[in-house]
Design a protein around this ligand. Structure first.
Ligand SMILES: [Zn+2]
Length: 299
């Protein structure tokens, strides 16, 4: 560990190098996140279908096809969803390719969704903000993994109403491991954060279900809050829940005003939790200090 910190302390002398580098890496990761966001639900569906058919001993045509064409994060190569033309490497440059192609497929001119360059630009800029606020050190660099995972979870939940275990569970472990080294909080607080993060939403879920007979959220939400608790410690859980209701209210009202959103469309809770978790991770201590000053209890 010491040699690593020594290396970082040397590198941290050169902000003129690591800021542009962070932005560049962030943009490239954003481009990869677009692939992850698109493929993980497809991989889950393929696996689920295959397991169901195995269990029920059904011979499904789609399964035979999917066994030949198994989707992973690296295969098959990305193609245009409309004309299936493989995407050339120079059409994969984050943001720039989109602007250069004016948002259309180079081959069939089908419109490419603007969310791809938005995810790339957001990942790049938020990565830069993270390193700016936390520093180019182990705390800042490990926090990038949290940021990138939360971006993936937000987008996948918006698309599919799912928070994949393949992201939430490793994120929980990584939070515990990071805090084994005392990166953001003590291991004890992190462990309690994971436990109470899971149990708090789990009990709200069952209470809500017993009273109303409806399911307001899913198990993925409990795992995500457990992961956030593991990164920040149990002290941040009330703030995260409070902020996620605020974020939910703001986005919900904005959605109704701008899009005239139908109130019956299910809105996933995961994105609010992810956004609130990120705000709490970056500004949580300042928000809590401000609150205590505000109510006249200087901590
Ligand atoms: Zn095309």
């Amino acid at each position: 560990m010491e040699s690593i910190s020594f290396l970082f302390s040397q590198v941290s002398l050169l902000p003129s190098i690591y800021y542009p580098l962070t932005l560049l890496v962030g943009l490239l990761v954003g481009s990869f996140l677009n692939v992850v966001i698109f493929r993980i639900p497809k991989m889950m569906e393929q696996e689920f279908r295959s397991e169901c058919c195995d269990f029920l001993t059904i011979n499904d045509e789609k399964i035979k096809q999917s066994k030949d064409k198994k989707i992973t994060l690296s295969t098959p190569n990305s193609t245009c969803p409309s004309c299936q033309t493989p995407i050339k490497p120079w059409h994969n440059i984050p943001v720039i390719s989109y602007l250069f192609l004016r948002g259309k497929c180079a081959n069939c001119k089908t419109h490419i969704s603007v969310r791809y360059p938005i995810v790339e630009a957001a990942t790049g800029l938020l990565s830069l903000l993270t390193i700016y606020l936390l520093g180019f050190n182990s705390a800042g660099l490990v926090a990038l993994v949290l940021l990138w995972s939360l971006i993936c979870l937000t987008m996948i939940d918006i698309d599919t109403q799912l928070l994949p275990d393949s992201i939430t569970l490793p994120l929980l472990w990584l939070g515990l491991i990071a805090n084994y080294f005392g990166l953001y909080t003590s291991l004890e607080d992190a462990l309690l954060g994971a436990i109470f993060g899971y149990l708090s939403l789990w009990s709200v879920f069952w209470l809500f279900k017993i009273i109303t007979g409806k399911e307001g959220m899913g198990y993925g939400d409990f795992k995500l809050l457990a992961a956030l608790g593991a990164w920040m410690g149990w002290q941040f859980l009330p703030l995260i829940i409070l902020l996620s209701s605020l974020v939910g209210a703001v986005i919900g009202i904005a959605g109704i005003i701008i899009l005239g959103r139908n109130k019956n469309i299910p809105i996933p809770f995961g994105p609010y939790l992810a956004i609130a978790g990120w705000i709490a991770f970056i500004w949580g201590e300042r928000i809590i200090d401000f609150y205590f000053q505000f109510i006249g209890l200087t901590a």
